[in-house]
Design a protein around this ligand. Structure first.
Ligand code: AGP
Length: 609
């Protein structure tokens, strides 16, 4: 939801803080601020607006000091104004903090502090923490922070500095992600690795109710009772170039084009000499997997769409009953779960609060938890019994693209693995399906070479306000995903529907101002029925953009525009079919002069409920 960076160093930190918070801007961009300690004084610069705009106004690089904090905000309490921007500070301007999360008891704490004479400058829940630390401060910033944390209810990733102790940076975490970076004569805290990868790839992942006490040459991890905790130092294997734009105008376009590589990396080592090699990654033995009687998939947003496609794969090939649940709904129901239920959590960030809460609920009820995540070391990764990574690399664009297609690939791999140990498919069939899977990156490359053609068609959306996406079977979740991509980056209202469902209401919307994308790839199941749906739309003056299989000449007679994708297995065609929809959304946004990397009101990782 927000991005945090903190540095304590041998040298001036302003430029590194600015560089770091820029790499976190996708986590929140309605305001930004920075604080350094210079000659035992806090010096703060902050304002509402995107980093570039605010930096032009305040010139963050002017800040002097070898210790500091930076923050980019996605507002939860208090609108995006200069006063509500972080960092916040106490009455005496001695203590400054940055925070990501929600303080659930901030009102009563604020009342208590005001009754003690504290004066507040903002409407945020965060500012309460600064005054609470001040209220507990007796000269030791670590003790005061620890005492304040014990009074707080809610989620936090926190950075704290104090003008009286300019050599110490305190960090603390509960629910919201926070890492510690181990540098040379300097140490870091950050919301995620992208912010500090340029300076170090050695990181410690803080767990809930843990604090870190950093100086430029030392890092100590404690719990909030002050007991020292031993933590592993992890080496990140991403290189920071991957997190750059590499010549593309936006991260979203770069990540759409990275999908062939991301799929290749996700397949690497997992399909060799005709076998699906997942056994060494899964912490479940074959007997446990054979005993699985039911699968529940929990996720949010795009990851939930991947779950719907996974349901189709697992039921069709592994003959396993699957339900797909919105994580936010699942966690408040009373799902019937037992030891033979496998709950699969799908999450790019591994930090989505609702998905994390859902697996905690499922775990309490005795389910086995498998997660499919992109961010190694994330909370969902660490709290699952077993994890299968998507090796998509850092996904910076708010709109998820390469994470989605690699999630589908992992779900397909897991489906084939379950089919092989449960004998729902014979070895020959599995070998054939793997052979087709191996071709996917090349097929996707050839599809991406049609970008110009897709770009031209995207122009249809220039002056439109509504759009419909239709698909059947495994293409229904792809229709949902196409609609989500379009609405979240171009702000055009778009809905995805099962194609047959259109007659039960949405057909009333059809007119010449309603572009309708129809997933019409060739399959034995419903192709003819989809042609019928296209005719129903045409009869009402709708504009049809069809996603069709190479060589299909019939569809040309019906659709206004056809985007062809390579012929492959029906199930795998869904992974290809989403690519033109991603590009349609991207160009609809850029044609409307919008920034697809930072859509309004959104953030990359929703770490609040
Ligand atoms: C997708 O483009 C959105 N950014 C959003 O729906 C996202 O998929 C959702 O918030 C889930 O995020 P996660 O995969 O990190 O859990």
């Amino acid at each position: 939801m927000c991005g945090i960076v903190g540095i304590v160093s041998d040298n001036n930190v302003a430029n590194k803080l600015l560089d770091g918070v820029k790499r976190l801007e996708y986590r929140g961009y309605d305001s930004v601020g920075m604080v350094c300690i210079n000659s035992n004084k806090l010096v703060i610069k902050k304002d509402a607006g995107k980093i570039e705009e605010v930096d032009k106004k305040v010139n963050f690089s002017e800040l002097k000091g070898n210790i500091g904090l930076a923050h980019c905000r996605w507002s939860t309490h208090g609108s995006p104004t200069k006063e509500n921007a972080h960092p916040h500070f106490d009455c005496k301007s001695k203590i400054s903090i940055v925070h990501n999360g929600i303080i659930e008891n901030f009102s009563e704490l604020k009342e208590m502090l005001i009754s003690k004479g504290h004066k507040f400058n903002s409407l945020t829940d965060t500012e309460v923490i600064a005054h609470l630390i001040e209220d507990n401060f007796k000269g030791d910033i670590e003790e005061a922070t620890s005492a304040a944390l014990k009074q707080i209810e809610g989620s936090y990733a926190l950075g704290v500095i104090c003008a009286d102790s300019p050599e110490i940076l305190i960090a603390a975490r509960n629910e919201s992600p926070l890492i510690v970076g181990i540098g040379k004569n300097e140490n870091f805290i950050a919301s995620d690795v992208a912010a500090i990868l340029k300076h170090t790839n050695k990181v410690i992942y803080l767990d809930n109710n843990e604090m870190a006490i950093l100086t430029k040459n030392n890092v100590q991890i404690k719990n909030i009772d002050g007991e020292i905790i031993k933590k592993n130092i992890n080496e990140i294997d991403w290189d920071s170039e991957l997190a750059e734009k590499a010549g593309y105008e936006h991260f979203m376009l770069k990540e759409i084009h990275e999908q062939p590589r991301a799929i290749t990396e996700t397949l690497n080592g997992r399909i060799e000499n005709g076998n699906i090699n997942l056994a060494n990654e899964l912490n479940f033995n074959e007997r446990e997997l054979k005993n699985i009687s039911r699968i529940i998939i929990v996720a949010c947003g795009t990851s939930w769409h991947a779950g719907l496609a996974g349901e189709f794969m697992l039921e069709e090939l592994a003959k396993l009953p699957v339900e797909v649940e919105y994580a936010s709904e699942f966690r408040y129901r009373n799902p019937i779960i037992n030891g033979n239920t496998l709950v699969i959590a799908i999450s790019q960030s591994g930090e989505t609060a609702d998905t994390l809460a859902a697996i905690r609920e499922a775990k309490k009820k005795g389910a086995k938890i498998l997660s499919i995540v992109n961010a190694k070391g994330s909370s969902i990764d660490r709290e699952s019994d077993s994890v299968l990574y998507t090796f998509a690399g850092p996904e910076i664009g708010v709109a998820s693209t390469k994470a989605f297609t690699t999630q589908l690939v992992v779900l397909y791999l897991f489906t084939l693995y379950m089919s092989s140990i449960r004998d729902s498919l014979n070895k020959e069939t599995i070998k054939d399906l793997m052979g087709k899977l191996r071709k996917l990156p090349l097929e996707m490359e050839s599809l991406l070479s049609k970008e110009k053609e897709i770009r031209k068609i995207a122009n249809i959306y220039k002056d439109k306000h509504n759009a419909l996406f239709l698909g059947r079977g495994i293409n229904f979740p792809i229709a949902l995903e196409g609609a989500l991509k379009l609405k979240e980056v171009s702000y055009i209202h778009a809905e995805g529907y099962p194609a047959a469902e259109m007659k039960h209401g949405p057909i009333a919307l059809i007119d010449k101002n309603m572009p309708v994308v129809v997933l019409a790839t060739k399959d034995i199941y419903t192709y003819k029925k989809v042609l019928g749906n296209i005719q129903e739309v045409k009869a009402r003056g709708g504009i049809i953009i069809a996603i069709a299989s190479d060589g299909d000449s019939e569809i040309k007679k019906l659709a206004d525009h056809v985007l062809y994708i390579p012929n492959t297995l029906y199930i795998l065609s869904s992974i290809l079919a989403v690519v033109p929809l991603q590009l349609l959304a991207y160009y609809a946004a850029t044609d409307r002069k919008l920034d697809p990397d930072k859509p309004r009101n959104l953030s990359k990782s929703v770490t609040v409920e």
